[in-house]
Ligand binder design. Structure first.
Ligand code: ZN
Length: 278
């Protein structure tokens, strides 16, 4: 079964805390939510403990998005140390809140070759992994497929990171795959090819995958901005819902459109419509 939820507190939610957000997802009939730490990890441990209780009670699966200020490929030690801190803090508080995964954007090539960028990112992630193990923090580090050509983190690169590092898994941002120009996403076959690739390369991944979905505006450089579902139909959500329902895949789809909860509900409705016809 697929869980659906918003990237952040639902727009329809009257309150503004994460706890309010979790309760609101439950009221709306959603079953996941991503906590947005994109401008810094500000959540306190006490609140995270409360969030854990309420998300367990309402069966809302939690994840988080780590700060944007991360570049695992940087040549500057200060930037690397900050990146380590951002991911570590995000992972720690997410684990306390009962979340399974913290998502991050891996970095930028700058003038590095793809191979150099890969080995830098891998070695920093290895350090983060060791630190998390030392602190007994159980979490998945989600390497998101990014939407700009200048950014490190293609689907292939993130699959490789996952193959080589125990705690890392790719997070499929479908809009970014399209905007980066690496994949065309129009038909069911296009989506099926991606999920089959993940199924082949990463054991069990398609039974607990984590993904982001929205429509997207893009140029030849890649991503511009996320769009509401139905605006351009790029990428289209209906063929993805069909592929997910028909193949018995399990995981989470987080909606990153400007209408985070409304569009999450739209996808959920379509998924269950197809599922019931099978
Ligand atoms: Zn992201």
């Amino acid at each position: 079964m697929i869980r659906f939820g918003p990237a952040g507190i639902p727009l329809q939610c009257k309150g503004s805390s994460t706890i309010d957000g979790v309760a609101c997802c439950h009221d709306l009939g959603l079953d996941a939510m991503e906590m947005e730490f994109v401008h810094g990890v500000k959540l306190k441990e006490e609140s995270a403990e409360e969030i854990e209780k309420i998300s367990r009670k309402f069966d809302i699966s939690l994840s988080s998005h780590a700060p944007y200020y991360i570049n695992l490929c940087s040549k500057e030690d200060e930037k690397i140390q900050n990146s380590i801190r951002h991911i570590f803090e995000s992972a720690k508080i997410t684990a306390i809140a009962g979340g399974r995964i913290t998502v991050f954007h891996p970095g930028f090539y700058q003038k590095l070759s793809p191979d150099e960028a890969f080995s830098r990112a891998k070695s920093v992630l290895q350090q983060i992994q060791e630190k998390l193990i030392q602190h007994s923090i159980k979490i998945v580090l989600g390497a998101e497929t990014v939407g700009k050509k200048s950014a490190f983190g293609s689907l292939e690169e993130n699959i490789r990171l996952s193959e080589e590092l125990e705690m890392v898994e790719p997070v499929i941002d479908f809009a970014h795959l399209l905007a980066r120009g690496d994949y065309k996403l129009k038909s069911e076959d296009d989506y099926r090819a991606i999920l089959e690739k993940l199924e082949k390369r990463l054991d069990g991944y398609v039974k607990h995958f984590h993904s982001h979905f929205s429509e997207i505006a893009y140029s030849e450089k890649g991503e511009r901005n996320h769009l509401v579902l139905g605006e351009k139909n790029e990428p289209p959500f209906k063929p993805l819902m069909k592929v997910l329902a028909e193949n018995g895949y399990s995981g989470t789809v987080i909606c990153e459109s400007p209408q985070i909860d409304f569009d999450a509900l739209k996808m959920q409705k379509e998924y269950w419509r197809v599922k019931k016809c099978l």
